[in-house]
Design a protein. Structure first.
Length: 235
């Protein structure tokens, strides 16, 4: 398998620095499961960040800072933060075996191991009808305008509605393939689309296309019917 499409350097650096939300971090981590080139880039970015932190000049603590921290050790545990208001750190890099191969998925399954905490098996997942020939599973759901991640299952030959974006959209192909104005994407490829791009993906092989899609802003559909149905579909 040869991965041809990759996230931008800016996205990889944001991932390494913990600057992506949970949904988009999951997209990048899934791509890393397939792509040794991008795994190396993330490791180099993390190492560079560590060196930069070592070079930062120390800053004196404000008076009473230590006493305040010690006092908090005996305080009751705070309520858990609202997940919708947090930005997650990078997900762990996929497991590497002694042979150097990546632990992408169990035999016969297209799921990378990083998705297992969200959905264990595609066959038993709770697929929801989205449109004729298209089903979805919400993995990371946020309030409108925050980042999300979901699985899409697209029947062979099915064309998705033409749409643009209010922010960033990333798609990782887990099985099958799709084509759009940017090219053809197969297993392991990541399509990165920004707010300046419109496209209309089509599942272009004889098998269904299963992909992981993440956005940090709502999609902008061109047709009247898709625009009306978008809020109900979680877009």
């Amino acid at each position: 398998m040869t991965v041809k499409h990759h996230p931008s350097e800016a996205v990889l650096l944001a991932y390494a620095a913990g600057g992506l939300g949970e949904g988009l971090s999951l997209l990048v981590a899934a791509h890393l499961s397939f792509c040794p080139r991008c795994r190396r880039a993330v490791r180099e970015a993390e190492a560079m960040g560590g060196v930069m932190m070592e070079d930062i000049a120390p800053v004196a603590l404000r008076p009473g800072a230590l006493e305040g921290v010690l006092a908090r050790l005996d305080a009751p545990a705070p309520n858990a933060p609202d997940p919708a208001q947090t930005v997650g750190a990078p997900l762990p890099l996929p497991t590497r075996h002694a042979s150097g191969e990546t632990d992408v998925a169990d035999a016969g399954s297209p799921l990378p191991s990083v998705l297992r905490p969200y959905v264990h098996d595609l066959a038993t997942a709770r697929w929801q009808w989205l449109a004729p020939g298209v089903r979805q599973v919400d993995l990371v759901h946020r309030a409108r305008g925050r980042d999300t991640a979901k699985l899409l299952r697209i029947a062979p030959g099915r064309v998705l509605p033409h749409h643009g974006h209010a922010g960033l959209e990333m798609t990782v192909v887990l099985s099958g393939s799709f084509s759009d104005e940017q090219g053809r994407f197969t297993r392991g490829d990541l399509a990165e689309i920004d707010s300046d791009t419109h496209h209309q993906p089509i599942a272009d092989s004889g098998e269904e296309c299963v992909c992981l899609i993440g956005t940090d802003a709502p999609l902008r559909f061109s047709g009247l019917v898709p625009r009306v149905m978008a809020p109900m579909m979680g877009f």
